[in-house]
Design a protein around this ligand. Structure first.
Ligand SMILES: Nc1nc2c(ncn2[C@@H]2O[C@H](COP(=O)(O)OP(=O)(O)OP(=O)(O)O)[C@@H](O)[C@H]2O)c(=O)[nH]1
Ligand SMILES: [Mg+2]
Length: 391
């Protein structure tokens, strides 16, 4: 399916940049338009693939192009103040040609964390196309302010979008490597998973020999109904040429039956690996509301039976009555890959933690307020006898 992508803040911009690179490399054409928004000029200048005219610097009057320094309230304020400038860039997008908007942001900082929900709300008010969020959660060791920002932003972001797809840096942190160095690989992982999923809906039915090609409406239906989504992925390299030649030379009569059984088994095992392996947001898959299974690879390695079995297995594991599935034929690939979108997940430890953090912070604010009011009363009472009122 075709998306208008908006990268908000540094993480959002970098991931969007990667999407464009992926699009160019694979010819998948899922990014119909790309806009990067930031309050830090240097971050915008560092982008490689986003056209200059689609880079929007906001908050210049307030922060002079230096970013908001992880202050997400300020991030939200400047997004509201300068929403017309962002809209100006979006005006150049042929919106009738896009199936949905995707707003991408890291939720731990200030600009993206504060701005992405503001922009999403604005887009939903103006356009009829669905607005999806791709929110990146900070790693736990980044510290309190990042967690608190993410906790607050998450609550708002999930409310303002049609679906919030989440990637948790914490689950993907590489040991012994700095996060900065690790971001590149992490961003590749993000883009690969989302790229295959959205790319699936971009294949014209009949354009390649696919038995049951995923349509973009199936992606949209899986994402509809709101909530939080996570994505699983597994892939296996396959021999595309030699094997075919070999069976022809050996005149293997049973070859095709064997191949079909292998193909089916490969698919079902990839489905299991994808669902039970590391998800973009780790969670219990039981209780998922809707799911979509996409099998990509050369057409001869995809079959309806495998996908049907995989889909059934997913129904059992998730307990969902709404599991869709299909293929994404890619002739030139030497991998068979399984991508599973789990939408409306309910049992997510990290989200519970974040909600707790948000509640505690709220309590804290109340406590501090009460405390300071008490102190004030105390002051006034104590002072009454001894001092003349100042005013
Ligand atoms: N996956 C991924 N996460 C990133 C990347 N860069 C930053 N992050 C995460 O995103 C969070 C927010 O960082 P930024 O995107 O730099 O913040 P910002 O939106 O630019 O906001 P300010 O810098 O505070 O103005 C961080 O806490 C990290 O968890 C990246 O390239 N990839
Ligand atoms: Mg920044």
């Amino acid at each position: 399916m075709k998306l208008a992508m908006i990268g908000f803040g540094q993480a959002g911009g970098k991931i969007l940049d990667k999407f464009l690179e992926y699009d160019r490399r694979t010819g998948s054409e899922i990014v119909r338009a790309a806009v990067a928004v930031n309050s830090a000029k240097a971050d915008l200048m560092g982008l490689e693939n986003i056209p200059e005219e689609n880079r929007v610097l906001i908050g210049q009057a307030r922060v002079k192009g230096h970013g908001v320094g992880a202050d997400n309230e300020l991030g939200a304020e400047i997004a509201e103040e300068d929403i017309d400038e962002v809209q100006g860039a979006i005006d150049s997008i042929p919106v009738h040609e896009v199936d949905a908007f995707l707003v991408i942001a890291g939720l731990g900082g200030g600009t993206g964390s504060g701005g992405a929900p503001v922009l999403s709300k604005h887009l939903k008010r103006i356009y009829t196309e669905p607005v999806y969020g791709l929110g990146v959660l900070p790693s736990q060791d980044e510290g309190g302010i990042y967690t608190l920002n993410a906790a607050r932003s998450f609550q708002t972001f999930v409310r303002e979008v049609d679906n919030l797809m989440v990637f948790d840096n914490d689950a993907w942190r590489q040991t012994g490597e700095s996060m900065e160095g690790g971001y590149d690989e992490i961003n590749d992982e993000i883009v690969r998973r989302f790229g295959i999923m959205f790319g699936a809906g971009e294949i014209e039915p009949g354009s390649e020999v696919g038995e049951s090609v995923v349509d973009s409406s199936e992606i949209i239906n899986t994402l509809s109904g709101g909530g939080v989504s996570t994505i699983g992925y597994a892939a296996e390299e396959v021999e595309t040429e030699e094997k075919g030649l070999l069976s022809r030379f050996t005149g293997d009569e049973d070859g095709s039956d064997m191949d079909a059984a292998n193909t089916t088994n490969r698919i079902t095992s990839l489905v299991r690996k994808a669902a039970l392996g590391r998800l973009t947001l780790p969670c219990e898959i039981d209780g998922t509301e809707r799911a979509l299974l996409v099998m990509s690879g050369p057409p001869k390695f995809l079959n309806r039976k495998g996908i049907e079995r995989g889909r059934k297995w997913l129904e059992e594991q998730t307990g969902s009555m709404e599991v869709r599935g299909g293929d994404y034929p890619v002739s030139e690939s030497s991998f068979v890959a399984s991508v599973i979108l789990l939408s409306g997940v309910t049992d997510v430890p990290r989200i519970k933690e974040l909600q707790q953090v948000a509640i505690e912070a709220q309590d804290n604010i109340e406590e501090i307020r009460e405390q300071s009011e008490e102190n004030l009363h105390g002051l006034v009472e104590d002072d009454e006898d001894e001092l003349e009122p100042l005013f």
